[in-house]
Write a protein that binds this ligand. Structure first.
Ligand SMILES: [Zn+2]
Length: 338
């Protein structure tokens, strides 16, 4: 049985010690998913931090408060980012600049973060618009995307120019306790999780969340990519991790019952694949399919995620030869069950 641990989350700017030397910090996010969990670990004379929050005035204020009041006068000495998404890497550059902390990240994740903070021009936007055009986006929707443009750099502080690279299987110590990097794929290119068998803790980042299924999406950078396959392989791989570990996820609350949750996520995607295949009985665009499967009103931000998630499932089904894709006269992709 899945079981939630450690009670209510900490209030903003407060921390909650959930195991000796392991502290839970929550940062607000200005979206439907309104928070991210960060983990502060006492580390000899300093602190190791896992993930950082979105870059904003509010995050800077909270971080100043936390550094003044919650760290016992000890500095942040190491910042580890699990992956390149803005709620995880957003404050990293700012924190590293303020504190001189070491910056650890998987190389592919760091490269994505660097590229997306630099590649902010019109060509980036046009590639994104072309992707959503192929998916069947309406001219009004594409105009909205054009207006929004490249937004990543606005919510991420300048990403540090150097990293200590972390790789799958790397071992290291925090305050004399052994930790190991466990990399998973699909949600992002090289997402790092952290396992301490000694402490019975698994910091799962966005790869295993207790109540929502991690976003698996196809974007303009790799339109024919098959990240769902990567993610399903990761779920399979994670069954080898200890079921007894307390899972510390980036969203929602810590829990125990890793294997049950992995099974539920596998089941979720199996059902979704059936639903996506069924939605392609007649030729349909990714947008048509998304509307049918998600079956609820989606605002324009949610629509982007929904289409990306839909294309991920359609690309998987295409690779499996369950559906075929062809382009219509306007370059819009139509998917149909074989
Ligand atoms: Zn993420």
């Amino acid at each position: 049985m899945m079981e939630y641990l450690f009670g209510d989350p900490p209030e903003v700017s407060e921390t909650k010690e959930i195991a000796p030397g392991i502290h839970w910090l929550r940062m607000p996010l200005p979206m439907a998913l309104d928070h991210i969990n960060l983990w502060l670990i006492e580390d000899g004379p300093g602190w190791t931090l896992i993930d950082t929050g979105l870059y904003s005035g509010l995050s800077r204020k909270i971080w100043r408060d936390v550094m003044d009041k919650r760290l016992g006068g000890r500095p942040l000495t190491r910042v580890i980012c699990t992956h390149f998404h803005p709620d995880h890497v957003g404050m990293a550059g700012w924190l590293v600049e303020q504190t001189g902390a070491e910056f650890w990240m998987p190389r592919e994740e760091w490269l994505y973060a660097r590229v997306l903070t630099i590649d902010t021009g019109e060509n980036f936007t046009e590639a994104m618009v072309a992707h959503y055009h192929r998916a069947g986006g309406s001219p009004e929707y594409l105009a909205k995307l054009r207006e929004r443009g490249a937004f990543f750099a606005g919510i991420v502080s300048e990403v540090p120019r150097s990293i200590r690279r972390i790789r799958d299987g790397d071992s290291f110590e925090i305050s004399g306790k052994a930790w190991r990097i466990v990399v998973g794929n699909g949600h992002s290119p090289e997402h790092a999780c952290l396992l301490s068998e000694a402490l019975g803790l698994f910091i799962s980042g966005d790869l295993v969340l207790p109540r929502i299924s991690p976003h698996i999406g196809v974007y303009a950078d790799e339109p024919n990519g098959d990240p769902l396959r990567d993610y399903l392989e990761t779920l399979e791989k994670f069954h080898a991790l200890p079921d007894t570990a307390s899972v510390l996820p980036s969203h929602n609350e810590p829990f125990r019952g890793l294997h049950e949750r992995l099974g539920a996520l596998q089941q979720h995607h199996a059902e979704r694949l059936d639903a996506f295949a069924a939605a392609c009985t007649a030729p349909a665009t990714a947008l048509d399919v998304a509307k049918q499967v998600f079956a609820r009103r989606l605002d324009s931000a949610q629509l982007g995620f929904a289409i990306a998630e839909t294309v991920a499932h359609l690309n998987y089904l295409t690779t499996e030869n369950q559906i075929a894709r062809h382009a219509d006269g306007n370059g819009v992709y139509l998917y149909q069950r074989i």
